[in-house]
Design a protein around this ligand. Structure first.
Ligand code: AOS
Ligand code: ZN
Ligand code: ZN
Ligand code: ZN
Length: 426
């Protein structure tokens, strides 16, 4: 189905057009005094993790329309990510969700990962659903629960998730808590917070020293009156309470409309506590739409903060885990993920082109218009040839989505897995 020679053939067909556009881009960069090779190196090194739960159609609470050919097992999920990575060479890792993705045969899974040049980037715990045969219910919370037995069950689950991660060479635990309340008076806010903090710390203390814990925040949903970790301030405080290897995870959809996310990113970088991202797009809330589909300028501004911080020796932030967290109701999930990676790389490429020295000078001089123009100039540029060249040099396809469609990969997956195939846990 997708072989290196297919990719070569595809690239040869597009070579002429690409040479024309890339040639123009190179000349443009040259005139601006930008070292194209240096930008390419950074783009070529960039990787974004694919969530195992985004490989099938998600649906909403009102229903779900399966797209067909969806992965039925962890093995098939790995194959799907392998396919994406072969096309764009920028999706070289997977985020797993336990218990949805429990590996039955660790060695076989490791072999399959190696075969597709993939790693496990993070493992996610799940205390937002009651598990089969569980002794206690999470209906009234997990790490925040009033009863210590329930909290302990949730702590033990997180430790079990870490165990699975260790077996697969992973070093990151992502914790998203659905804990919260629906009505005034339901929670004792201060006590519920402290129980959560102490439970998280228990997990943190039991993790291996070379592991990172990422703490996600979310303002509402599934609870609508209060969430235990509603905002980045709470995540940050919890991370600090746990220790140096606990960091904040920013899910782009977990902000109230019009929140200045790029400023949050800058603050967290300044405090050295930005641990990772869940990329997606948001119109109203946690919509989990395709990243950049609604606010491409914001995505670019977020990358500007990341690039500026990377160039600043005063910033002491650990490596950031880049992950996608999206849900697909109408699109082919693989097409959506290809679009997402392309969009993320485009935003990153534009951010790399910002003349930061010039920007800082404009800021110092309080030249508001010049500062803004310094950002608009690269944002409005068409950097697609630059991204395509980076992917091509890594051995990927000049047009990953185009090749996916041309090879009719979804049809092949449906033939192999069936029309109603459903990914586990979704
Ligand atoms: C939930 O809203 C969070 O975004 C989680 O990161 C994630 O979507 C979930 O763990 C997957 O079900
Ligand atoms: Zn998320
Ligand atoms: Zn979410
Ligand atoms: Zn989301």
């Amino acid at each position: 189905m997708l072989t290196d020679s297919r990719i070569q053939e595809h690239n040869e067909k597009l070579a002429d057009d690409h040479a024309f556009r890339w040639g123009y881009m190179q000349e443009w960069l040259h005139r601006k005094g930008i070292d194209a090779e240096h930008i390419l190196q950074q783009l070529q090194a960039y990787q974004v993790a694919i969530p195992s739960w985004a490989l099938g159609t998600g649906g909403t609470r009102f229903g779900r329309y399966p797209g067909g050919g969806e992965p039925r097992s962890l093995e098939e999920k790995i194959e799907d990510v392998g396919l994406l990575h072969a096309l764009n060479r920028a999706s070289g890792s997977i985020s797993l969700h336990i218990p949805w993705d429990i590996p039955q045969d660790v060695q076989a899974i490791q072999n399959l990962l190696d075969e597709h040049h993939l790693t496990i980037d993070s493992v996610n715990s799940n205390t937002f659903q009651d598990q089969k045969d569980a002794n206690h219910s999470y209906k009234f919370g997990s790490l925040c629960h009033t009863q210590s037995e329930v909290r302990q069950q949730a702590i033990d689950h997180n430790m079990e998730v870490v165990e699975y991660g260790k077996q697969l060479g992973c070093h990151t635990l992502t914790v998203w808590l659905a804990d919260g309340s629906n009505f005034p008076g339901q929670h004792h806010f201060r006590r519920a917070y402290q129980r959560t903090a102490d439970s998280l710390k228990a997990i943190y203390n039991a993790m291996p020293e070379d592991w990172t814990m990422l703490v996600e925040y979310k303002p509402y949903e599934p609870h609508f009156y209060s969430m235990i970790i509603p905002d980045w301030g709470t995540s940050l405080r919890l991370a600090e309470y746990c220790g140096p290897n606990a960091q904040v995870l920013v899910d782009l959809g977990h902000h109230l409309p019009n929140t200045n996310i790029e400023q949050i990113v800058a603050r967290l970088l300044h405090f050295g506590r930005l641990g990772g991202f869940h990329f997606n797009g948001s119109m109203y809330g946690d919509d989990d739409l395709t990243t950049g589909s609604i606010k491409p300028f914001q995505l670019f501004l977020i990358f500007c903060e990341l690039v500026q911080a990377a160039q600043d020796s005063a910033v002491q932030n650990p490596a950031v885990a880049y992950m996608i967290d999206a849900s697909h109701n109408t699109k082919d999930p693989l097409e959506d993920l290809l679009q997402s990676v392309q969009t993320i790389m485009t935003a990153y490429a534009k951010a790399l082109l910002v003349n930061t020295k010039g920007l800082f000078a404009a800021q110092e001089a309080n030249d508001v218009v010049r500062a803004e123009e310094m950002l608009k100039d690269p944002f409005l540029a068409d950097v697609r040839p630059l991204v395509a060249e980076a992917i091509r040099r890594n051995g990927g396809a000049l047009n990953p989505l185009g090749l996916y469609r041309q090879l009719d990969i979804r049809r092949q997956l449906i033939d192999k897995r069936g029309k109603l195939a459903v990914a586990t846990g979704l």
